[in-house]
Design a protein around this ligand. Structure first.
Ligand code: SF4
Length: 454
């Protein structure tokens, strides 16, 4: 490599879910540690890394568009090398090179920590891909069985909150899901490693940790830790400086009375749970290969609210799963009306190749899926808006996320997860990002709350 490393600029495009954010943050740290210079100008950098997502068709389309854009910048001469990483790399492998000519390196999930070396190598080699020679066509290494060590990251989230991944992969076999094929079998990080990472983040100024995994409730099963998630959560109570611990992606059947009690008694775990239900009709759940039933899901919500009347619940649902009838969809609508979730994400079913649900009979036409999605989200909007109105005049402890030069702040109370939920808009905010402030709700603006500092 002729040029000095610090003269080589690297632009980074991070797509997809929080798990990918953590991988991006690890790669960025490796790139900086190796001496390269990170730039925000992703259209005009020596190297552009696109960390892709590929779990459903729209995510794949977004990733392909970002890669094509980077390759076009390379053709115009503004970018010299294009590296593609992440879930779509893992899913498509060398196929990706055939889809888009001009990629210099496709790297698999297990090569994440080698990113700097890979950049170094492609920079030392001659021109590759469109506008140059042809891309090397090596297959990706197999999915690693290792637990990723996510310590030492360059956070792309604001410096006061971070994601904390506690495990990788998934052993469930939901019939619609590509994740186990992409991310491999379930493996937990040892408790000591999770805590060391949490401590590292808190020491760097993080006050809110958002616990993520493909399925957080399975934590510790592979390590033979009894009630693993509960055992892990209790350890966080001793981390001084950590104010909020938030649990995302809980598999419903994994939530037992001990876990509920632990959350209810915790000083740090916020009373917010993200529990993806996917559906509630028993026949559809069975076809999805999920062990829940509508009765069990109903009881779970009742138990959570009984133990913690102030719990805020988010869920994710799929509409238009193969065979879903109007009646089954109505059952889902009735459940949403009954459960009154505080937040809800809804996906249309996508028949992803390699999943058994893609082969099921009774595929639902796209226009019907879209109608159902619109109907469901319309009903949920009414619920969310009504719940927001009920909060007017209440006081909330808000974590300030940002403040613009005019003093307009954005923050969140415990019931708002970062990057996915609504926010609190704070007029005349005198606090700094990362500070907690007492506020009173004075109004609403769509899904957001308008609050004033008190
Ligand atoms: S639990 Fe989640 S990640 Fe695992 S197979 Fe089911 S949907 Fe996919």
């Amino acid at each position: 490599m002729d040029r000095k490393k610090q003269e080589i600029t690297v632009g980074f495009v991070s797509l997809g879910c929080p798990k990918n954010v953590v991988d991006s943050e690890r790669m960025l740290a490796e790139i900086v540690q190796a001496g390269f210079t990170i730039t925000n100008e992703t259209d005009n950098a020596d190297v552009v890394v696109v960390n892709t997502c590929g779990f459903i068709a729209p995510a794949e389309a977004e990733s392909l568009e970002a890669i094509r854009h980077a390759v076009d910048c390379k053709l115009s001469g503004a970018v010299k090398k294009v590296v593609v990483a992440g879930c779509l790399s893992e899913r498509l492998g060398t196929e990706l090179r055939k889809k888009i000519d001009g990629i210099d390196a496709v790297i698999g999930l297990s090569q994440r920590d080698n990113i700097a070396k890979i950049i170094e190598n492609i920079f030392s080699s001659g021109p590759t891909g469109r506008g140059g020679g042809s891309c090397p066509n090596q297959p990706l290494p197999p999915i690693s069985d290792r637990v990723p060590d996510d310590r030492c990251r360059l956070l792309i989230t604001p410096q006061h909150w971070a994601y904390l991944r506690i495990s990788e992969g998934c052993n469930h076999r939901c019939s619609f899901c590509t994740i186990p094929a992409i991310r491999g079998r379930f493996r937990s990080k040892p408790i000591e490693l999770v805590l060391a990472e949490a401590q590292e983040l808190v020491s760097a100024g993080v006050v809110e940790l958002n616990v993520i995994a493909q399925d957080t409730t399975s934590y510790g099963r592979d390590l033979k830790i009894k009630n693993g998630l509960t055992a892990l959560l209790k350890e966080f109570e001793n981390i001084a400086g950590l104010a909020w611990l938030r649990l995302m992606y809980l598999y419903p059947t994994g939530i037992d009375s001990e876990l509920i009690e632990t959350i209810a008694n915790s000083e740090k775990i916020v009373r917010y749970l993200d529990v993806p239900l996917q559906h509630v009709n028993d026949k559809i759940l069975k076809s999805m290969r999920r062990p829940d039933t509508k009765d069990k899901l109903q009881r779970l919500i009742e138990d959570l609210r009984l133990a913690m009347p102030d719990i805020v619940l988010r869920t994710t649902l799929i509409v238009g799963f193969p065979g879903e009838t109007d009646r089954q969809f109505e059952e889902l609508m009735d459940f949403v009306g009954w459960a009154r979730f505080d937040a809800l994400g809804c996906f249309k079913f996508y028949p992803e190749s390699g999943t058994s649900a893609a082969e099921l009979p009774g595929q639902v036409p796209d226009e019907v899926k879209q109608q159902r999605l619109d109907e469901l989200m319309g009903a949920q909007q009414k619920i969310a808006f009504a719940q927001n109105k009920d909060r007017i005049a209440s006081t909330l402890n808000c974590l300030v996320d940002s403040v613009d030069p005019k003093g307009l702040g954005r923050g969140r109370y415990y019931g708002q997860a970062p990057d996915i939920d609504s926010v609190c808009i704070i007029k005349h905010c005198s606090a700094k990002p990362g500070q907690f402030i007492a506020t009173k709700v004075v109004g609403t603006q769509d899904y957001d709350l308008l609050v004033k500092q008190i």
